[in-house]
Design a protein around this ligand. Structure first.
Ligand SMILES: CC(C)(COP(=O)(O)OP(=O)(O)OC[C@H]1O[C@@H](n2cnc3c(N)ncnc32)[C@H](O)[C@@H]1OP(=O)(O)O)[C@@H](O)C(=O)NCCC(=O)NCCS
Length: 183
C-alpha cells in the first residue's frame, strides 16, 4: 500500500483489517495511556477487538464515511489519525488521533492531521473539520491549536468517564481558514 512520509523515519498509511495483530500489539503499548481520552469502543483488549475496530472503519470507508490511518515510526505502528466522521454531502468531517507514549512530542500527529485536512479541504472540497476533546486534554487541544482550529464551544459534562462527567471542547477549522494558513 502507498504511504505518505511524515518525516525521515515516519510514514502515514491506511490502517486496514490485515493489520489486526500489529494493531493489537500496539494497543497493548497504548491502552492505558489513551483510555481516559478516547471513545471506549476504541480501547479494545485483544486481537478480536482490534480486528472489529478495523472492520468497522473499513465498512464505513466503503460508504465514503469514517477512515483510519496508522503512523509507523522506525517500522513500528505507534499511533494514528482518523476521520471519526466524514460527510461529503454536508461538507463536514471530524478528526481524531492517538499515540503510544514513546511517540509523543515529535509532531507526528500534527503532521498527520495536516495531511488529512489538506485532503479533506483540497481534494474532497469539504468546508468544515471538527475536533472534539475532553476539556482537560491539554495535549489534544494543543494539536487543534497547531492546526489553526478555533475553540467554538464547550459541551458541559458531556464526557462520562469512570463515574465523573467531564466537559467536552469543540474545535473547528473552515476551508478558507485552512487555505489562508498557506499549508
Ligand atoms: C493527543 C496526542 C496524540 C498528542 O500527541 P503529541 O505528541 O503531543 O502531538 P504531536 O505528535 O503533534 O507532537 C506535538 C509535540 O511535538 C513537538 N514537536 C516537535 N517537532 C514538531 C513539529 N515539527 N511540529 C509540531 N510539533 C512538534 C511539539 O512541541 C509538541 O511537544 P510539546 O507538547 O512538548 O510542546 C497524545 O497526547 C495522545 O495520544 N494522547 C492520548 C490520546 C488522546 O488524547 N487522543 C486525542 C483524543 S481527542
Amino acid at each position: 500500500m502507498f504511504s505518505l512520509p511524515l518525516h525521515d523515519d515516519a510514514r502515514l498509511a491506511p490502517l486496514e483489517v490485515r493489520h489486526a495483530e500489529e494493531f493489537a500489539e500496539h494497543l497493548d503499548r497504548a491502552r492505558e495511556h489513551i483510555r481516559p481520552w478516547v471513545g471506549p469502543g476504541f480501547v479494545t483488549e485483544d486481537v478480536g477487538g482490534a480486528r472489529a475496530t478495523l472492520e468497522r472503519y473499513a465498512q464505513r470507508q466503503a460508504a465514503d464515511g469514517a477512515r483510519l490511518y496508522g503512523i509507523w515510526w522506525n517500522g513500528s505502528l505507534v499511533g494514528g489519525v482518523m476521520f471519526t466522521d466524514f460527510d461529503a454531502a454536508v461538507g463536514s468531517c471530524e478528526l481524531g488521533c492517538w499515540l503510544e507514549p514513546s511517540a509523543e512530542g515529535h509532531g507526528l500527529v500534527t503532521r498527520a492531521c495536516a495531511a488529512l485536512l489538506e485532503w479533506a479541504f483540497t481534494t474532497r472540497k469539504l468546508h468544515r473539520a471538527e475536533w472534539h476533546c475532553r476539556a482537560d486534554n491539554d495535549h489534544s487541544s494543543a494539536v487543534a491549536k497547531r492546526l489553526g482550529m478555533t475553540l467554538e464551544g464547550v459541551r458541559r459534562e458531556a464526557w462520562p468517564y469512570q463515574g465523573t462527567r467531564y466537559d467536552k471542547q469543540l474545535w473547528a477549522v473552515l476551508a478558507p481558514e485552512w487555505q489562508s494558513t498557506g499549508r
